[in-house]
Ligand binder design. Structure first.
Ligand code: ZN
Length: 93
């Protein structure tokens, strides 16, 4: 599992790159963010609070190529997936 930024629940990427990925995804999808796997609308996560389960379709940032394989967080290596996909994704070592 990739490290998650506690502030916004998204995978730790430089804020500039996060913004760019969100924007590009929105442009492709006519103004909303969509999970690249299931094409469902992905929503900005609320601040995580104890005892409240995060929404299944909140936005998670994903590295297309795992950081373990040497790729750093760059715009071309980031994509938007929903929380469900992120939790289900298995990272091959
Ligand atoms: Zn998804």
């Amino acid at each position: 599992m990739l490290p998650v930024d506690k502030k916004d629940g998204m995978t730790t990427l430089p804020p500039k790159i996060k913004k760019q990925v969100l924007l590009e995804n929105m442009n492709i999808n006519g103004g909303i963010n969509r999970c690249v796997n299931y094409n469902i609308e992905a929503i900005r996560p609320n601040k995580h609070e104890r005892g409240i389960t995060a929404t299944a379709n909140e936005i998670h940032m994903d590295h297309i190529i795992s950081q373990n394989k040497g790729e750093k967080g760059t715009i071309t290596n980031a994509q938007i997936i929903c929380r469900t996909c992120n939790l289900n994704k298995s990272y091959n070592k």
